[in-house]
Each structure stands twice: as C-alpha cells, then as structure tokens.
Design a protein around this ligand. Structure first.
Ligand code: CAA
Length: 285
C-alpha cells in the first residue's frame, strides 16, 4: 500500500508538528480542526518552526515556502476524504477520540489507514470505534515533533502486518526512528516518563526540594535536556494528569496515583507553558 496523502486531525501542539514533518517528507497534507482560529494558530506555529530551521540553515526559504504550500487546512473532517493515512492528534480524551474515529470512518476512502497519536489510550478500543480496525494503528509522535527522532508504534488487536508496514514506512520517510510497543496503558514512553514526572510533582508537594532544586538535580545529575517540572510544563499539566489517570485506571496499581499537587494545578487552570503558568510562570507570547 503506498501512502501519498496524509491527513491530520487537530492543529494543536502535536497536529501542526505532524503536518510539518509530513509536508517536509513530500506528502500532500490536509489538516482539520474545529475552528478557523485553531487552524490559524497551527499555521503560525509551523511558520515559526520553519523560521527557526531556515535561520539555522537546516532548510532554505524556498523549501519552507514549498512545504507550507503542500498543507491544506479546513474546519471539517471531509477534507481528509482522499487521504491514504489519516492521523488523529486531538486532545487526550477517550470520548473525543472515539467520536473522531466514528466520524472519520464515514468520510475517508475505503482502504485508507487511520492512526491515532494517543499517548496512552487503548489503540484497540479506539480501533473498535472505526469501521476498519484492521487498518488502525497507534502512531505516537513526541513533542516538539520537528526535532524529536522517535515515533512509537502501537498495534491494536486487529492491526494487520500490511498496515503496520505501511505506517512504519511513512514514519521513516518523515525522518523518524520507530519502536514498537504493546497496546498496554501508556505504551513504553509514558509508562516510564509519566511516573517520573508525577514523582517530581510529588517531591515538590512533600517539600523535598524547591522546583529549581528538583529540576537542576535531574538536569545536571542525569543529563536530561529539561528537568521534570520544566518538561511537565512543556508537555501540558492537563496532558500529564490525563496520562496518569489512564495508567492508574488501566493498570489499577496505586503506584500510578496522580500527585494531588498535579491535580490541584490542573484544577487551577495552571496547565504549563500554554496557559502562561504551571510549575513556573511564562511571559505571554
Ligand atoms: N521547531 C524547530 N526548531 C526548534 C523547535 C521547533 N518546534 N523548538 C526548538 N527548536 C530549536 C531552537 O531554535 C534551537 O535552535 P539552535 O540550537 O539553533 O538555537 C534548538 O532547537 C534548541 O532550542 P532551545 O535553545 O529553545 O532550547 P533547548 O536547547 O532546551 O531545546 C528542546 C529545546 C529540543 C525542546 C529540548 O529542551 C528537549 O529535547 N527537551 C525535551 C523534550 C522532550 O522530552 N520531549 C518529549 C516530551 S513527551 C511527549 O512528547 C510525548 C507525550 O506523550 C507526553
């Protein structure tokens, strides 16, 4: 099966990054979101990212312009009608993902593959809400998508070898290295990353150290690019909490209990960089 056209549902943090790397790989790309404002924000993020890559000399201006020209934006899912691979990158919410897969089933061509960028939810359950579970895959990109090398692939119960091969080939064409995870809550990346971030929130809650001491300890002591609290703000505290809930509910072990501090921050609307405040405060963009 050859993939030529890629659709992306959701123009947010992950969706616009996926659209960018797909267009960079030469695919013609469609992006949908519920409002024109969301699409405009998506396009402006792509332009911002490309501007950085041009400045760095990674790509030239003409390549960046051609890349943007390969992306079509629209407020309804039927824009993906002739897509060969449609990747859902909406908010990490089970009911929303089910609804999108039901909707996509009605609008995309027969034979098209549907992928979900879910970071923790069962791919098998999402696939069961489509009319083609054998052609559904988990395709977990990492943020920021243009810079991060990994795409974690997840096969649902019904996913065929042909679907897996086609999605793996597409991810590699986008310049990514793939790994394969079983369809177990959190997969590999978030099964390990989120308890680490959650524990950092808990360490702050217990007053083991200040936010700076916690981040600096892990950054300089374990050579990670960002301390865990900075990383949590970067990912979004609501996303971190949602993933911890999936781990806790899906695996049933109390060791995955979300830190009460993480929950409180989300209740307060302190979601990290995107809301201007999380564990740290950020100047308005
Ligand atoms: N597009 C293009 N270029 C970008 C960019 C983007 N979106 N974001 C940053 N850059 C560039 C910058 O322009 C900069 O370029 P120069 O080196 O030429 O100046 C370079 O990348 C480094 O950026 P910064 O100086 O701003 O900051 P940094 O050195 O801290 O790097 C980072 C930024 C790459 C994000 C790095 O901090 C990092 O790797 N952090 C960890 C990210 C991570 O762990 N991501 C996974 C999150 S988990 C996830 O996504 C999955 C999930 O399910 C939750």
């Amino acid at each position: 099966m050859s993939i030529v056209r890629i659709g992306v549902v959701g123009a947010g943090q992950m969706g616009n990054g996926i659209a960018q790397v797909a267009a960079a790989a030469g695919y013609s790309v469609t992006v949908s979101d519920v409002s024109q404002a969301a699409l405009d924000r998506g396009l402006s993020t792509v332009n911002g990212s490309l501007g950085r890559l041009v400045k760095k000399g990674t790509i030239d201006e003409a390549t960046a312009t051609a890349l943007v020209g390969r992306i079509r934006w629209g407020t309804t899912a039927d824009i993906h009608g002739d897509g060969d691979l449609v990747i859902e990158a909406a908010t990490e919410n089970v009911a929303l993902k089910y609804k999108i897969f039901e909707e996509l089933s009605n609008v995309v061509q027969e034979g098209a593959i549907l992928a979900t960028n879910t970071s923790s939810i069962s791919v098998t359950a999402i696939a069961a809400h489509s009319n083609r579970p054998e052609r559904v895959m988990g395709m977990h990109f990492m943020n920021p998508v243009p810079l991060m090398q990994l795409v974690e692939l997840i096969r649902g119960m019904a996913t065929t070898d042909e679907t897996y091969d086609a999605v793996k080939t597409a991810a590699e064409k986008m310049g990514k290295t793939t790994t394969l995870s079983r369809d177990i809550p959190g997969f590999i990346a978030n099964r390990i990353l989120m308890p680490y971030i959650n524990e950092a929130a808990q360490a702050l809650y217990e007053g083991i150290g200040t936010r700076e001491d916690i981040d600096t300890t892990m950054k300089l002591g374990t050579n990670v690019p960002m301390g865990p609290l900075t990383l949590a703000d970067f990912i979004g505290l609501d996303t971190c909490l949602a993933i911890m809930e999936v781990l806790h509910g899906g695996l049933g072990d109390s060791k995955y209990r979300p830190s009460p501090l993480l929950r409180k921050y989300v209740e307060a609307g302190w979601l990290g960089r995107k809301s201007g405040r999380g564990f740290y405060t950020y100047a308005a963009k």
